[in-house]
Design a protein. Structure first.
Length: 593
């Protein structure tokens, strides 16, 4: 809702989240950029939108509410037509025993909207204020079961199930069943929190699979006859060549679902049974989260905060595809993104758009490689450079030179862990003394599925299970359960796991958490919902530098780093499992070597 700058200023001062100097600085920025103070305080992370709406509700004496879409009966919701509800961002969520209609609105000050809605439902209403995202999520209840709608559309097409299908313009028009199918597949994927959609031709059907929290799940099967029309419709949206089916193609398009904008990165490739398509879903409205929210804690968090303030040097983030490297970089760059620094990136592809950052897309066909792009960036007076990926010796050498000449450089490298990346740079013909003097820290990371807190189960492990954990996690001499207990205490003191009680004492593990496989509600899948990172952060200390200079192997570097206090990925995962954030099985699934 629109809140005046004067009111925002009063709310910030009353809540004590900003000083007069901060507010004055933001007001000056608002005059220059012609933007309201509300947008600037939210973007500047001075206060989040929900807290701001709560403060305004208290100030304006309007009751505040956060709706749970699952608790809104459909018969009550439908008393306001969907068109009206979406136009005014209003949700009727309850009718009490006294016949009072309880109405949540994004903007209760909109007198015209209130009057119009009261003509529909009557004047016996109690009006609440709710955050915009919460209202939009509740409005999705009008859609009902997306999967049921999808099956109805598919059944219409199944009636004409023939092996070969000639595509007509009507088949791929905006209002065709094929277009409806694509829209429903995308909407269902987004509501399922999927990261990728796989459309895969099989001999007798088209298999639809979603990757949810890193795990592929089959969600539907379409008749084989719709394959060509389905792929052609996606190609039209992505601005690809419809008649080219012999070579891979890449494209991109955007959609809006529930008031949020999503970018879909499309990749097609010919396979034996036809043409396969994968769409990566990128939430463009995503706000960067803090390193702590990503799962950093303890020494790892301290080192990351220190290297982010360095004037120059290189920070590498390593891990396989899909381990969250881009998300980590996005969060770091957003935290460093202030008006007094010039941040430039060279990426392939640009996954997250960051306002105020100069982001460049590689284009090898036009000669715009990582190396050529990086050369150009160095002439653009940058303070901070982000290289999407170091793939060859030339890019590695240019990145090292940039770090030597007064730039802070962030990049990714495909290695199994942090220690392996340093010998990997040696393999790229980078001189040992350059690696030792420029690399500030190396992060190794993986993503594990996060336990659904409401349904997770705890149990007491047997002696055999405790011994198995000791072996599986390679606990070294001196790293017995008292060591693990101290780490868990530190993690708990920093808020990891919330109010979950300690799972260990000095003598061993008392409690282990596991998922409830029957828990599949509210976005959960098999007892898991969302993901969290497990990390190891290797600081380039003098002892590590000596090892690099002597061409030490990754095992020697790893051993020295753990001696100095580095918590390995597996140990970090074990601590997160003990804190009830994930399970032992999940940690071993992603980190066992």
């Amino acid at each position: 809702m629109r809140i005046s700058d004067e009111t925002i200023e009063k709310l910030l001062l009353r809540s004590g989240v900003a000083t007069v100097e901060q507010i004055n600085t933001l007001k000056e920025e608002g005059v220059t950029s012609r933007r309201p103070l509300k947008d600037l305080v939210i973007e500047g992370h001075i206060i989040d939108e929900t807290a701001l709406i709560k403060a305004f509700a208290e100030y304006a004496q309007i009751p505040f509410i956060e709706l749970d879409p699952r608790d809104i009966p459909s018969d009550i919701l439908n008393k306001i037509p969907e068109r009206v509800a979406r136009q005014y961002n209003a949700v009727l969520f309850k009718i009490d025993d006294a016949g009072v209609y309880h109405l949540a609105m994004e903007d209760p000050d909109d007198v015209q909207a209130v009057n119009f809605i009261e003509k529909e439902i009557g004047t016996n209403t109690k009006i609440y204020i709710a955050p915009r995202d919460n209202i939009l999520a509740a409005l999705e209840n009008y859609r009902g079961d997306v999967n049921k709608e999808l099956n109805e559309v598919i059944e219409i097409q199944r009636a004409d199930d023939v092996q070969a299908q000639t595509i007509t313009e009507q088949d791929i028009a905006e209002d065709s069943p094929i277009a409806q199918t694509i829209n429903l597949l995308l909407e269902y994927a987004i509501r399922s929190h999927a990261s990728d959609i796989h459309i895969e031709p099989r001999e007798d059907f088209v298999q639809i699979r979603y990757r949810i929290d890193g795990v592929l799940k089959e969600v539907n099967r379409l008749p084989r006859s719709v394959l060509n029309a389905l792929i052609s419709r996606i190609k039209i949206l992505s601005n690809l060549k419809i008649d080219e089916r012999r070579v891979p193609q890449d494209g991109r398009f955007k959609i809006n679902v529930a008031g949020k904008q999503y970018a879909l990165r499309v990749s097609t490739i010919p396979v034996s049974d036809g043409e396969k398509t994968v769409m990566r879903i990128l939430d463009e409205s995503n706000q960067a989260v803090s390193l702590k929210s990503l799962g950093y804690w303890g020494r790892s968090l301290t080192i990351m905060n220190e290297v982010m303030t360095e004037p120059n040097g290189m920070v590498l983030i390593t891990g396989p595809t899909g381990s969250g490297k881009s998300t980590s970089l996005f969060s770091v760059l957003t935290l460093l993104n202030t008006p007094d620094v010039n941040i430039s990136t060279i990426e392939d592809p640009i996954e997250y758009k960051i306002p105020g950052v100069n982001q460049t897309q590689t284009n090898p066909k036009a000669g715009m490689t990582f190396a050529n792009g990086l050369r150009a960036l160095l002439r653009q007076d940058p303070n901070i450079i982000m290289i999407g990926e170091i793939r060859d010796s030339e890019t590695a050498d240019l990145g090292i030179q940039a770090a030597l000449t007064g730039h802070l450089v962030f990049s990714t490298l495909h290695t199994n862990n942090a220690a392996t990346s340093l010998p990997r740079l040696l393999d790229m013909n980078i001189e040992p003394f350059l690696i030792a003097s420029t690399i500030k820290a190396v992060v190794g990371q993986r993503l594990v599925r996060r336990l659904e807190r409401a349904t997770r189960k705890s149990y007491t492990p047997t002696e055999q299970e405790k011994q198995a954990i000791t072996q599986l996690f390679n606990l070294q001499p001196g790293q017995d359960f008292s060591y693990i207990h101290e780490l868990e205490k530190q993690a708990a003191s920093e808020g990891l796991g919330g109010d979950t009680p300690l799972s260990t004492d000095e003598h061993g593990i008392n409690t282990i958490w596991r998922a409830d496989p029957s828990s599949n509600d509210d976005g959960a899948l098999g007892g898991y919902k969302g993901r969290i990172g497990v990390y190891e952060v290797l600081a380039n200390t003098p002892a590590i530098q000596q090892l690099i200079m002597s061409n030490a192997n990754s095992s020697q570097i790893q051993k020295q780093a753990t001696t100095e206090g580095m918590v390995t990925m597996q140990t970090d995962g074990l601590i997160k499992a003990l804190r009830g954030e994930t399970t032992i099985e999940e940690v071993l699934r992603v980190s066992k070597e």
